[in-house]
Write a protein that binds this ligand. Sequence first.
Ligand code: DC
Length: 212
Amino acid sequence: MSTVVAIDGPAGAGKSTVARRLAERLGYAYINTGSLYRALAFAAKSSGIAFSEIDAGFLNRCELEFRGADLYLNGCKLGDELRAPECAQGASVISGNPLVRDYLMPVQRNSANGQWIVMEGRDIGTVVFPDAEKKFFVTASPEERARRRMAQSSEVAADATFESILADIIARDERDSKRAIAPLKQAADAVLVDTTGMSIDEVVEYIAEMCR
Ligand code: DC
């Protein structure tokens, strides 16, 4: 049986860095589930398929597998291409498709594979692992998240401004939290961690302490 620490929260809250560092700190495996949605958006874009046209046939041609924390699509390792802004927006759009969510559910559950694991996403504590041992909902104000995004040059378009990044974050929050299936929301038994004004080290320390 797996022991899961679920880290959920909105875009740009620093979840990935926190979850990766927390996993290192605890000696647990680390899985970033957003990369699965990004990988499907990337695959659709690469094959010229509109995000709205993703169907079972397309999904069956996409074999996704984690080897450690690395994600492979049909045997090819994916990396920085997933961080592109169009993959982020595409992932958010396709994540409202029930076929996509059903398709990714076993991939996520199997990736835990009996390990001690930190798994990060939007619905880990609510849907994927509702019985996770520890659940955290990591967030920050939209302005703080936009400032942090702006500092990550690989994640923003070359002509992006603070205002355009903030508008993207608000649009993703809206889509992620309003979708009909598995919307982004804090699990009733999750600890809320508002990281506004906190450093990454402080957040990791705080969560690690609660996992001990
Ligand atoms: O965490 P991220 O920014 O890489 O996620 C990209 C998108 O994928 C996000 O906007 C919503 C979707 N997602 C989801 O619906 N459920 C998850 N568990 C993880 C991500």
